[in-house]
Design a protein around this ligand. Structure first.
Ligand code: BG6
Length: 470
């Protein structure tokens, strides 16, 4: 863990399946540009997609993508990226596409194939790569969600492993490349003061909110095949839970972290329909690509249990949704109140007992809350936060970090096969059986039934608006 970049032989080409798509435009080109700017990208970047584009079209698209997210573009870095681009148009079902890709790759011996395509196409492309002999010596980077349920994830793992060895498969979850999320691991195990209270004896509940102001926008068709549970809960939120709940890794090295995280997923109790509230924002059914009678959830709130020695009896509440009032990710680890209620304000509901709060997005902070007496004769007080904010800027964005890691064979920040399958096993029952999605007003905190789920804990903690933190 000391040196995350335990690099092996670098990939000598990057193949981008789905290069004309949304993900490439929003995330991947800016990441490649940032790598080019740092001098970290020197290999050809071969885009593959079904659109009958020319190389010039692709260059324009990449330029547009970089200009959209970068205020002052470094012209030379952009030119370097543009010069590395190649384009192979073709149908993923056609062996001719893979033959053309092979020609475009020239003498590359260790290409990295990035599947930035709809999950339904993963098996087709992996099969095509295998049949064309393009898996030999290569790496594959697979976007989430990895599968759509336990059975399909197992099948996808089986198929991927028939073409690539496990250490050449990089299951990407960009949350694992975020600084604030990497800091959960560091904060927990680089400090000694947390450990005595980080368990069922002192923690009464944990809640995590991943809220977004935006709706599904142009991603309606993708979202219809995913929904909130598959899109962010089974992966992003569960990865945060695993880092918060895991046991200390037994040795330095990411293998130990992967092992401990997998145990958390294995200890999660499979979810039942009563543990879940599904919501859909009003207007979702009018979004492009969305079915008129769609029951796909754009919001979910759920209650999770981890049946382990450390967490037995502690409920974990997870909530995520689109068209909510604020874009933020926050964790609240709620501690139990002191055993005796000694003061005048001990019974009041004005505040919670002590807590630890992780602000994970957009800013990064950790807050420890404790009660402090107010000035005066009476023994009453207020909750104050010891607030530690990370003001560092200029670190690598998650996609840049993860792409560079995958291209040098460093799997530390990627999800392992056993974790992915165990995580699917937890959500599988509620994918198959659930209540209908309840409509909610855009700009609110989702259906009121979600509040009932957590009423026993004093309700949801809504993330602090970012403006208020400034
Ligand atoms: C993606 C989901 O994985 O994560 C999106 O597909 C979601 O629906 C996004 O908006 C959230 O990521 P971030 O980094 O903006 O919090």
């Amino acid at each position: 863990m000391g040196d995350r970049r335990g690099c092996e032989e670098d990939s000598d080409a990057l193949v981008l399946f789905g290069v004309t798509g949304d993900l490439a435009h929003k995330m991947i080109f800016p990441a490649l540009y940032a790598m080019a700017k740092r001098g970290m990208l020197r290999t050809p970047v071969v885009g593959v997609a079904s659109s009958p584009w020319t190389l010039d079209d692709l260059r324009k698209r990449a330029t547009d993508s970089v200009r959209r997210v970068t205020k002052t573009v470094d012209r030379r870095a952009l030119e370097r990226l543009i010069a590395l681009l190649r384009y192979v148009p073709g149908d993923y079902n056609d062996p001719g596409t893979f033959a053309a890709l092979q020609r475009a790759l020239g003498g590359a011996r260790r290409p990295a194939h990035y599947l930035a395509i709809p999950p339904t196409l993963f098996p087709t492309v992996i099969r095509g790569l295998g049949a064309a002999g393009l898996g030999h010596g290569a790496r594959v980077i697979v976007e989430k969600p990895f599968g759509r349920d336990l059975a399909s994830a197992r099948e996808l793992n089986r198929m991927a492993l028939s073409v690539f060895p496990e250490d050449s498969i990089f299951r990407i979850d960009h949350y694992l490349g975020k600084e604030a999320i990497m800091n959960i691991l560091y904060f927990r195990f680089a400090n000694s003061f947390l450990e005595p209270f980080w368990n069922r004896n002192c923690v009464s509940s944990v809640q995590i909110t991943l809220s977004e102001e935006i709706g599904v926008g142009t991603r309606g068709a993708f979202y219809e095949s995913a929904g909130c549970l598959r899109d962010v809960v089974q992966n992003h939120l569960f990865q945060i839970v695993a880092l918060l709940a895991m046991e200390p890794p037994a040795f330095r090295g990411y293998g130990a972290v992967h092992g401990e995280k997998a145990k958390v997923f294995q200890a999660m109790r499979p979810l039942a329909p009563v543990d879940l509230v599904r919501g859909q924002y009003q207007g979702y059914r009018r979004e492009p690509g969305v079915a008129k009678q769609s029951d796909v959830e754009t919001f979910c709130a759920l209650k999770l249990h981890i049946d382990s020695w450390r967490w037995e009896g502690v409920p974990w509440y997870l909530r995520s949704g689109k068209r909510l009032p604020e874009s933020a990710v926050e964790v609240l680890v709620q501690l139990k109140p002191p055993p005796q209620r000694l003061f005048a304000d001990s019974d009041s509901t004005d505040g919670r007992a002590n807590y630890v709060r992780f602000r994970l997005s957009p800013s990064s902070a950790v807050a420890l809350a404790a009660r402090v007496k107010r000035v005066g004769k009476e023994f009453i007080g207020d909750q104050h936060e010891l607030y530690m904010q990370d003001h560092q800027t200029g670190s690598e964005a998650p996609y840049e970090r993860l792409l560079a890691d995958a291209m040098c064979g460093d799997g530390a920040l990627f999800a392992r096969e056993d974790s992915i399958e165990a995580a699917w096993a937890v959500v599988d029952p509620i994918l198959k059986k659930h209540r209908r999605a309840i409509p909610y007003r855009p700009g609110g905190w989702g259906p009121k039934q979600a509040d009932a789920l957590i009423a026993a804990e004093g309700g949801w903690h809504n993330p602090t608006p970012e403006k208020a933190l400034a």
